[in-house]
Design a protein around this ligand. Sequence first.
Ligand SMILES: Nc1nc2c(ncn2[C@@H]2O[C@H](COP(=O)(O)OP(=O)(O)OP(=O)(O)O)[C@@H](O)[C@H]2O)c(=O)[nH]1
Ligand SMILES: [Mg+2]
Length: 228
Amino acid sequence: MSPDGAPDPEASVPSAEEIEAARILFARPAVFMMGAVSVDGLPAADLPEVAFAGRSNVGKSSLINALVGQKHLARASNEPGRTREVNFFVVDERLRLVDLPGYGWARAGKGEVKKFQALGRDYLRGRPNLRRAYLLIDARHGLKDVDEEPMAAFDRAAVSYQVILTKADKLKPAEVEAVRARTEARIAKRPAAFPGVIATSSEKGTGLPELRAAIAEACAIGDSPDAA
Ligand SMILES: Nc1nc2c(ncn2[C@@H]2O[C@H](COP(=O)(O)OP(=O)(O)OP(=O)(O)O)[C@@H](O)[C@H]2O)c(=O)[nH]1
Ligand SMILES: [Mg+2]
């Protein structure tokens, strides 16, 4: 936010102070809270949440682990459809990271798969404390047709979302930059899309400081609580 409170076009570029505050926030304890198998089983909407959505295998669970610096907090795997519940992780008792089941994998027609994918959709549509959804896109592939559906759903439901590229370590930096620019251009006119695409690598740590700062900002978490 700019000093006069007007929307700041540079808001998506965090300052060094914001990066440092977010680093400290994510170095605080992060714990698994629960996995929900139905919307009735969701926890109370009493903390700000950000959710990670995207195709199966895109790296949602890995990104959550990388953000909190724990290898095995969220279950990641090469086997598509690993995450079947809506899983809640609490950071510093102040915000929740929400790991959603992936969409768009080969056996998506099967009953059980439909069920957990529908749960993810229901969560995204009706969560009052959801501050931002992160739509993860594999940097090697860029936006695909299958990603249009969630973007259209976010736009319809006015859920603020930001596109995150994953697995940037699999491309050369110039290639990542090209995909990032192309992706930004493609989402520019989408009403609920947050401007700015962050390229990340859970393996190498690329983009994680910026993403942590973006999450802290989305959840309106300022400096360390000790400062109060
Ligand atoms: N090279 C590389 N591999 C990654 C990265 N992030 C995730 N992977 C790999 O991609 C595969 C899928 O990662 P997950 O984090 O389980 O993906 P997911 O999106 O949670 O998948 P579902 O739960 O099935 O929806 C795993 O083999 C990860 O090791 C990354 O930044 N770089
Ligand atoms: Mg997963």
